[in-house]
Design a protein around this ligand. Structure first.
Ligand code: AGP
Length: 611
């Protein structure tokens, strides 16, 4: 996934572009570049550099070294062509007329490149994006919009494009298909960007581009066209979250800030959904008849959102007594799933832009299912293509490793389960009240867990040099272990594996030897004895056991485990919401002690908008 930004106005463009790219670096950061129209020389002034944005910014003296009031910028997560100066965007056409920044993938770029090569076009880069710039110039006969439109009928894949043509230096062109792109409206200026964080300092008035739309940005406004090049009137919405929400707020890392703000994020997610002791969803489109007629729930997601789905299976089956299947979105698309109009597909995605998840959504819809999505980013593609979206309102999540995104998704699944259970009559009033009260109290209990973070930091200091760590648990604890393991892997680069602890004896226990670190998750009271026996099982083979359990079980666990972390006792359903916090902190501190780049782990991006 990459980040793109564009500006046209009266101010110098380069500093605005670089500032926007700095807010988009979480989307990809192996190289960056800008192209600005140089009026004096009537040429495109293109500057790009491999490495973090700082390399480019230093090269351009923060933008002061580049004159011009219209430009485009890009920060890259390489897909086609290794990170390098020449493969960085903007990509420029052979005669230097067209510069393009691109987020997405052009699936038929090879055949288009062959066609252009056969017609004498010379390429410089290995990228699919250069094909777009070259093809626009190939079709260009003086009308840039016509040329762009001809190209759009030939390229296949996902793309958000910013296009600058040297012959029309008073306009930018924006194009969207399957990759997010927003438009910003300013006083005497216009913006395009992959997401709001890039331009919120300059404008809060934005529009979300739809698939197939083309926009022409000028200093006096923005004109949009549909895929038939018919003018369309875009709804302008006002973004109201605080600018510092997308800043670090004094924390060393976004990830730590986002771990610490989880109680507040939970309050924003939960409180508006509880009214007079009942779960309340505003404008909820699924009525009681539809809910009763559901014969299966399918949860589809990727990564940590998939792990929410794994917890959600236990929660929703427990509360609704309807069968729940969980599937990785990347598998779902190709598994010929058994789905019909009585299947409810729950799509979970923090960014709302994960391509695998979007594709799974479209496949589910094709098969006749209704789509309910749980999403954080308002107006994101997945949200807009769902029959019902439940926003988690966690606020912008910048760190690549999700934390508040995960816990607010869990809370939303709990609320959904309670809502359905109430309609279906599958929950006793006292349990309904107990779980709902537990949800309301979750933020303050989480604050207690966060207050004990020094204990987790100390344990991280004991174990940060391990090179392989197991997370074992059963039922809800197994699902929790999946997330704890991923958090550790993705930011500390330590190999880790989550295992259903009852399964260890069927093979994997052969890997346990003296000093192997096993994080034993034993929060789920009904299976605590089983968790204890697994602790004994791995200890007897030499493992060091770091156990996670509830406060009421601390003493018992401490008799066997090498170290114990506890969380407050809560309803079973809410255990993962609290249990994940020490695991997030453990991963954070271990990565910190290993000198890793916490917010921008190698090879990763915040939202994976490629297949
Ligand atoms: C989570 O820490 C990871 N960054 C990643 O697994 C993420 O959860 C996954 O890519 C799904 O993203 P989404 O929730 O935005 O769809």
């Amino acid at each position: 996934m990459c980040g793109i930004v564009g500006f046209i106005g009266e101010e110098q463009a380069a500093p605005i572009l670089l500032d926007g790219l700095a807010r988009l670096e979480y989307r990809g950061y192996d190289s960056a570049g800008v192209a600005v129209y140089d009026r004096e020389n009537n040429a495109l002034s293109v500057h790009k550099a491999k490495g973090r944005l700082k390399v480019l910014s230093d090269l351009l003296q923060g933008g002061a070294a580049v004159e011009g009031t219209i430009g485009i910028g890009h920060t890259r997560w390489a897909t086609h062509g290794a990170p390098s100066d020449v493969n960085s965007h903007p990509q420029v056409s052979q005669r230097g007329k067209i510069a393009v920044v691109h987020n997405g993938i052009i699936e038929n770029y090879a055949e288009l490149k062959a066609f252009l090569l056969a017609n004498g076009v010379e390429f410089r880069s290995e990228t699919d994006t250069e094909v777009i710039a070259q093809l626009i110039e190939y079709f260009y006969r003086g009308d840039i919009l016509t040329a762009v439109n001809r190209v759009l009928h030939r390229i296949q894949g996902a793309y958000a494009l910013g296009i600058l043509c040297v012959d029309t230096p008073d306009q930018l062109i924006a194009v969207r298909k399957d990759s997010p792109l927003i438009l910003g409206y300013g006083d005497g200026c216009s913006f395009l960007a992959s997401d709001v964080t890039a331009i919120i300092r300059h404008t809060r008035e934005i529009s979300y581009m739809e698939d197939g739309e083309v926009a022409v940005l000028t200093r006096t406004g923005i004109q949009c066209y549909d895929h038939l090049m018919q003018p369309v009137q875009k709804e302008v919405v006002r973004v109201d979250w605080e600018i510092d929400a997308a800043e670090k707020g004094g924390y060393e890392h976004f990830m730590f800030k986002e771990i610490m703000e989880q109680p507040d994020a939970l309050r924003r997610c939960i409180s508006p959904r509880i009214r007079d002791g009942e779960v309340f969803f505003e404008d909820f489109v699924f009525d009681a008849d539809y809910i009763r007629n559901i014969d299966r729930i399918f949860i589809v997601a990727c990564g940590s959102s998939y792990h929410v789905g794994m917890v959600g299976k236990y929660t929703l089956e427990r509360l609704t007594r309807k069968p729940v299947e969980v599937s990785l979105a990347s598998e779902f698309r190709y598994m010929d799933p058994i789905i019909d109009e009585r299947t409810l597909v729950v799509v979970i995605s923090q960014s709302g832009e994960t391509l695998d998840t979007m594709a799974a959504l479209r496949e589910a819809r094709r098969l006749g299912a209704k789509i309910l999505s749980i999403v954080n980013v308002v107006g994101s593609s997945i949200a807009r293509e769902s029959d019902q979206v439940l926003y988690t309102w966690a606020g912008p999540e910048i760190a690549v490793a999700t934390t508040k995104g995960y816990t607010t998704q869990l809370a939303m699944v709990d609320l959904l389960g309670l809502y359905f259970a109430r309609v279906l009559g599958t929950i006793q009033p006292e349990e309904y009240r107990e779980v709902l009260t537990g949800l309301s109290e979750l933020p303050e209990k989480m604050e207690r867990v966060l207050q004990d973070r020094d204990g987790v930091q100390y344990l991280a200091s004991q174990y940060f040099n391990h090179r392989s760590i197991f997370f074992v648990g059963r039922n809800l604890d197994y699902a929790l272990g999946l997330e704890g393991s991923l958090k550790l892997k993705e930011i500390s680069y330590i190999h880790s594996e989550a295992y259903a602890s009852g399964e260890l004896k069927h093979g994997t226990i052969s890997l346990i030897e003296d000093g192997t670190l096993v994080v034993a998750l034993g929060t789920y009271g009904k299976l605590f004895e089983k968790a204890m026996s697994n602790v004994v099982e791995v200890k007897s083979r030499g493992a060091d056991v770091l156990a996670l359990t509830t406060e009421s079980r601390r003493e018992e666990m401490a008799r066997t485990a090498n170290a114990v972390i506890t969380i407050p006792d809560v309803s079973d359903i809410l255990l993962p919401s609290l249990g994940v916090v020490p695991l997030q902190l453990f991963a954070y501190y271990v990565a910190l002690m290993n000198g890793c780049d916490i917010d921008k782990p190698r090879n990763l991006a915040k939202s994976v908008t490629v297949e």
